[in-house]
Design a protein around this ligand. Structure first.
Ligand code: TYD
Length: 136
């Protein structure tokens, strides 16, 4: 585990054989029971995704191909994390505002989540996020 200013990078095993194989297990490499995964690909140049925080859901985001910049914001500090290795994921804790920027043509993101999809868990308004952070 490699600390960043606001989070940490999770490094999972990578086995080099005929090609590469990476794997991760819940509560070992991924610091929560895994309830869901989803992936994001074919995003247009210049698009910005994310732009939200989660009230409870924790996630780990891997960039399997290409590269991505993740902007983290905990309400008082910001950080930019660059990902371009398939065995390195950024931990996105609950109440961490995040934007994904600088998608490349071949960027493929895999996100592992601690909960199923619930729109009620999203905070999509930044001012609301800041207000909620102040109540913690
Ligand atoms: P969203 O999480 O806002 O995407 P991103 O963070 O990449 O910008 O989700 C985009 C849309 O997809 C939104 O309408 C909700 C839907 N969605 C699901 O139905 N289930 C899911 O597991 C996820 C992640 C999104």
């Amino acid at each position: 585990m490699q600390k960043t200013k606001l989070s940490h990078i999770i490094e999972i095993p990578i086995i080099k054989d005929e090609g590469f194989l990476c794997f991760a297990e819940e509560n070992k490499h991924i610091p929560f029971p895994i309830k869901r995964f989803y992936y994001i690909l074919d995003v247009d140049d210049g698009a910005i995704r994310g732009k939200h925080a989660h009230k409870e859901t924790q996630q780990v985001l891997f960039c399997l191909r290409g590269s991505i910049k993740i902007l983290l914001d905990n309400g008082s500090e910001k950080e930019e994390v660059f990902l371009d290795k398939p065995n390195q994921g950024i931990f996105l804790d609950k109440m961490m505002w995040h934007d994904m920027i600088d998608f490349k043509k071949d960027t493929l993101l895999l996100i592992i989540a601690s909960d199923i999809y619930r729109e009620e868990d999203y905070i999509r308004d930044y001012d609301n996020f800041i207000s909620l952070i102040k109540t913690l």
